[in-house]
Design a protein around this ligand. Sequence first.
Ligand SMILES: Cc1ncc(COP(=O)(O)O)c(C=O)c1O
Length: 415
Amino acid sequence: MAFNYINKQLHCDGVDIQVVAENYGTPAYIYSEQILRRNAEVIKSIFIDKGFKVSYAMKANSNPAILRLFKSYGLGVDIVSAGEFKMAKHAGYLGAEINFAGVGKTSEELDLALAFDIDHFNVESGFELDLLEKRASLADKKAAVLLRLNPDIDPQTHPHISTGLKQNKFGMSPADVRHFLTHTKSYPHIQFDGIHCHIGSQIIQPQPFYDLIDYLQQFTTALRAEGVRIEHLDLGGGFGVNYHDPFEDILETTPFLQSIAERASEKLAGYQLHIQPGRVLVANAGVLLARVLGNKENGGHHFVIIDGATTELIRPALYDAYHAIYSHEEHRPKQMGDVVGPVCESSDALAKHRNMPVFESGDLMVIGSAGAYASSMASTYNMRPLAPEIMVGASGELQLVRKRQTFDELISLYS
Ligand SMILES: Cc1ncc(COP(=O)(O)O)c(C=O)c1O
């Protein structure tokens, strides 16, 4: 089970990645079903089997083949838009397996979710609570709600993926959460079930999660003492992965999962506990496969130009993120340089100042950790069609789980 070199050629679960390139072209995403299953099994045994609810944050990768696979392990799904709602439904999720998060939801989105009797909404503001009350009243339903609390805890991650600091747009202040939970009578069509937090993403130390658990223990104890009913606590997602060694096992990458489950179960006993991981379930299961178009030197700088771009993997441009670079052939000599795409932006770089294998025109390149926030953040900028996604099945068979978008499909939107 792995992405590894066999006879000096990079393989995914026994399939030479060259075979994928020959069959489906480049750029393309490749996913390992075996690694996805391993990740789901670990999350299930640490959390679901101990009574936690787990909702996969499908923004990390919304391919329905992946959604169906996670559903088979008992994971629910965390959605943030009508599009994600439709895709979750398409993949077979029932209303009771869906929760709806996000900082702003439209009336249409709330109506869709109410009509499907989703499990609950995570509400992030007073105006959203008012709107949900109105829509639920019109639909003659009672909407279950967790209020998203912004606990002002530093997740020690990149500022663009920190969400639990008071200057971030997410969640409500502790005072607002307390206010709404003590004024529930103003919302007859809302059932306040508890609190949701998500303090950030790519968190690689356990301490921010421990701080969150301790904070919630104090906060909920005080509220319960005031007679507030709280049954459900959602700690969010954010578990980080090792981008420097993308093929590492989930338990080596994120060894603190068990201790978070134990601390939460001990300090928050008596609540329905819930997590919403995204990245940790999918990042190491996917790579981006690209072909090298050529090399060039500019002002003493070496560039390797590939047919993949920020349109397929925007994380380096967005967060200065590191993604490991591999050549199809093992043991190539090394060279310093940047990996860039053909997109007309200087920020269109997938690796910068990198000591990486020497590449020639026509070579295949593999970019690691592209299972999460890669295909789901893709765009068609420069009229580049969306790249295909290929799953290497558990017994080594290739499955095209998203076809390459055609130029006709792109153009047809305009006619
Ligand atoms: C509310 C919420 N839950 C869960 C996640 C998943 O985070 P991660 O992929 O880091 O686990 C996110 C990511 O942005 C989020 O905003």
